[in-house]
Design a protein around this ligand. Structure first.
Ligand SMILES: C[S@@+](CC[C@H](N)C(=O)[O-])C[C@H]1O[C@@H](n2cnc3c(N)ncnc32)[C@H](O)[C@@H]1O
Length: 320
């Protein structure tokens, strides 16, 4: 058996806890669903396809910046550090980092999507036999206990993909404070964030011509049907994505095309025709907002890098 998957930590929340969260969201106005529900096996694969779309500039731009800057990150992190990644997915960007770091001691990928987590952890552990890969299946918006680390080993947190944008601004601070606690004294955090830009580019990135993002969005209903007793008809909801400039966020919605009532377990949820469920907010940052977020969360921004067109930013924060 692969050493990484043989002793992984499974701290994923119980189905009942998630169902309560789902029902509370569907009872709210506007209706909301937690975006972590996108990522079952199908959702994780769809997200990987999104990353390859022409319109989805985020992944390839972040990769360009990382390729240019990982050497500098490695010098600042120094030899022997542990890498902890929040929402590791397919761990594609991680490989760039691991290749640049000098003798990283261990890698702790945390993800709620068990299948994608174990698959990528197993592959990494084969490709990096010297590296101790310690996968943790958990919801990082809750308290998570990480494997113990030896005294004196520096932790480099890694949070790419602009996933920070999925948190409401106040929640982003709460989350980063928790990340800071995981990083510990003299810890660092390497984080990727999408930048504010004009509407057309943003809206195309979340509403591609092939309809992959629409399929990804509707997959949340498939997850509700399979895991939480939902009876949603996927055809009765359409994908909508738009940039709300006032709040600086792209909103993804599923809009009910008809008036309907849908069972979720023993509950019935009513929808008016045209009523939306908010499935994801993706906040876009200005560079000073990103640096402000670091300071509010107990970090000092050490470096901030962007691409030539200032589409995306990668920043290195130090625990203070
Ligand atoms: C936008 S993708 C980014 C994946 C990868 N880090 C990248 O940059 O390409 C978000 C990842 O975070 C995971 N995720 C989302 N919400 C989560 C949560 N609450 N707890 C743990 N993992 C979560 C998803 O399963 C997915 O792998």
């Amino acid at each position: 058996m692969n050493p990484a998957t043989a002793r992984y930590v499974d701290a994923a929340p119980e189905a009942d806890v998630v169902r309560q969260e789902v029902l509370a969201g569907l009872a709210a106005r506007p209706k909301r669903l937690p975006c972590k529900l996108f990522y079952d096996e199908v959702g994780s694969r769809l997200f990987e396809r999104i990353c390859e779309l022409d319109e989805y500039y985020l992944t390839r731009t972040e990769l360009v910046i990382l390729r240019e800057r990982v050497g500098e990150v490695a010098r600042l992190a120094r030899a022997g550090c542990r890498v902890v990644e929040f929402g590791s997915g397919a761990s594609v960007k991680t490989r760039l980092l691991l290749d640049a770091l000098e003798r990283p001691s261990s890698y702790v990928p945390i993800d709620i999507a068990r299948g994608a987590l174990l698959e990528s952890a197993a592959a990494l552990s084969l490709d990096y036999p010297e590296l101790d890969v310690q996968p943790v299946c958990a919801d990082y918006t809750r308290e998570v206990e990480l494997p113990l680390v030896a005294d004196g080993v520096r932790t480099l947190g890694f949070f790419p993909g602009s996933t920070i944008g999925n948190f409401e601004p106040a929640e982003a601070v709460t989350f980063l404070r928790r990340v800071r606690a995981h990083c510990g004294t003299n810890g660092l955090l390497l984080i990727g964030a999408d930048l504010k830009k004009e509407r057309l580019t943003l809206e195309a990135a979340y509403d591609d011509r092939e309809g992959v993002t629409a399929e990804f969005n509707r997959n949340i209903l498939r997850v509700l049907n399979r895991e939480h007793g939902g009876r949603f008809s996927l055809e009765a909801f359409r994908h909508r994505a738009f940039y709300d400039e006032r709040h600086g966020r792209v909103e993804m919605h599923l809009v009910s095309t008809v008036r309907q009532r849908v069972a979720v377990g023993s509950e019935l949820v009513s929808f008016e025709a045209g009523e939306a469920i908010v499935t994801e907010h993706c906040y876009k940052y200005a560079l000073d907002q990103l640096q402000g977020l670091a300071r509010k969360s107990g970090f000092e921004p050490l470096r901030t890098w962007t691409d030539a067109r200032a589409l995306f930013a990668v920043a290195l924060f130090a625990v203070i």
